[in-house]
Design a binder for this molecule. Structure first.
Ligand SMILES: Cc1cc2nc3c(=O)[nH]c(=O)nc-3n(C[C@H](O)[C@H](O)[C@H](O)COP(=O)(O)O)c2cc1C
Ligand code: SF4
Length: 446
């Protein structure tokens, strides 16, 4: 797995990187030698509010899936009242096809910790929980070691950030997930940290007002926080130059992004790219093209919950406008999965829906029952036992599920909705070839 040059925001060396277990690349000393923790010092020289303003001006959009601007989220925090305030770092990364946060932990744990310390200082949060996917055993150990080093070197704990303009102390803990996709949803994650079943909460209240243990909490993705030191150190203009403006009058897509490419490409891996690169350029120029010289058939832009790009959408730009321009839910994690011309799209749809059916937490009827029924219908279509009526029923069922139609507590159900509708609508002939025409009863009138 590699991150291709340019390494715009990070101090990660260019490939080949060697083994991530090689401690020389990830120690506190190695990080400081390459300019690490300089941005934290720069942040500590400012008032916390000024740091938030810089992140706001950079329009750093969340890298966990929804693209919500981090600075704006930070400014929604409930006012300081002397009680505890938390940061929950989302490293659950259970979205199929997404593996970028794992790599950040492997190769640059102190960059993440620097981002955490800056966010805690800016928002005056005293405790950070690093919530990490249950299967990431190695990465959890890397983060634990890095946190120990950060304590020993006065980033966290007793001495803490006392040298800042506003003296401040932060504690940081690793919390390992028990292993469920829904624990990546921000309020499911908070429940899990509290030791409960990972059931998403009804919003509002949002975590910034009432989060962990009922206290104000910021939830941010690992990559979002890892981008903060670069913005503080090099400035807002530097950050903006790496991304692009919106071409549809929406919020801009500034900065670089880790794009983990998987599927039918010659060189799968994690590539750091400026937002706005086209999918074609990413695949053809950086990932060695499609395997076996085959043709592009479609792609998932960033996690299976985003839906699917069609064959004629290879030139779509990988930025936050992709929802409108590519007729998908959004950019998601910007980790595309590529399908070549041999891919069976009925099987793709069935496989994705099977995932959502298994991962639904079961609180909302449309998600719990809907995903199960969609799976049954898709299995019937795959077997060749369905009629055109089943296809219409499948579309109607999927379209009724999720935050979009307003029938569920969280966005997991929107994943089923978008996956089904985009795959069926963009590859309809493939589905029609698998179903029998609707049987019209021959009535002999009474
Ligand atoms: C079902 C579901 C799973 C999610 N999984 C993750 C995840 O693994 N990692 C993540 O950062 N965000 C995940 N999210 C998004 C989070 O709810 C939240 O928006 C994000 O952590 C906020 O961080 P950001 O603003 O820095 O992106 C998920 C959302 C849903 C609905
Ligand atoms: S939408 Fe699905 S996963 Fe989300 S809370 Fe409802 S039942 Fe649970």
């Amino acid at each position: 797995m590699t991150i291709d040059a340019p390494s715009l925001t990070r101090r990660i060396p260019t490939p080949p990187w060697g083994d991530p277990r090689d401690r020389r690349t990830v120690t506190y000393d190695a990080f400081v030698k390459t300019g690490g923790y300089k941005a934290l010092e720069m942040a500590l020289d400012q008032q916390p509010g000024a740091v938030i303003e810089t992140v706001k001006a950079a329009v750093l959009r969340g890298r966990g899936g929804a693209g919500f601007p981090a600075g704006l989220k930070w400014s929604f925090l409930a006012p300081i009242d002397g009680g505890r305030r938390y940061l929950a770092i989302n490293c659950d990364e259970a979205e199929p096809g997404t593996f970028k946060d794992r790599l950040l932990c492997d190769f640059d744990p102190h960059l993440i910790l620097e981002g955490i310390a800056i966010a805690c200082y800016a928002c005056q949060l005293d405790t950070a929980y690093f919530f990490i996917r249950g299967e990431y055993h190695h990465q959890a150990r890397v983060m634990e070691r890095a946190i120990e080093e950060a304590y020993a070197n006065g980033i966290f704990g007793g001495k803490g950030l006392l040298r800042g303009k506003v003296p401040f102390k932060v504690d940081c803990h690793v919390h390992r997930s028990a292993g469920a996709y829904i624990c990546g949803e921000e309020t499911g994650l908070l429940e899990a940290i509290e030791g409960k079943r990972g059931w998403p909460r009804i919003k509002p209240p949002f975590p910034a007002v009432k989060g962990l243990f009922g206290r104000p909490t910021i939830v941010n993705n690992v990559e979002t926080l890892a981008a903060v030191p670069g913005i503080i150190e090099h400035g807002v203009d530097w950050w903006k130059k790496q991304g692009c403006e919106s071409s549809i009058g929406a919020m801009p897509s500034y900065g670089s992004k880790l794009m983990g490419v998987s599927g039918h490409v010659n060189r799968p891996g994690v590539y750091e790219m400026g937002l706005g690169i086209t999918l074609r350029e990413l695949v053809e120029k950086h990932c060695g093209g499609i395997r076996g010289g085959r043709r592009f058939k479609g792609a998932i832009p960033g996690g299976v919950s985003m839906g699917v790009l069609g064959t004629d959408q290879y030139d779509v730009a990988m930025d936050f406008d992709i929802g409108v321009k590519g007729e998908v839910l959004g950019l998601g994690t910007a980790c595309p999965t590529i399908f070549d011309e041999t891919t069976d799209m009925v099987a793709v749809a069935r496989n994705i829906v099977r995932f959502f059916k298994n991962e639904s937490c079961g609180q909302c009827t449309p998600c719990r029952e809907g995903a199960s029924w969609a799976f049954k219908l898709l299995s019937r279509i795959e077997r060749g036992d369905a009629t055109t009526k089943d296809l219409d029923l499948l579309l109607e069922l999927a379209g009724s599920m999720g935050l979009g139609p307003g029938t569920t507590i969280c966005g997991l159900a929107d994943g089923t909705n978008w996956a089904v509708r985009t795959i069926v609508n963009k590859f309809r002939p493939e589905f029609e070839a698998r179903v029998r025409p609707r049987l019209v009863p021959l009535f002999v009138g009474a």
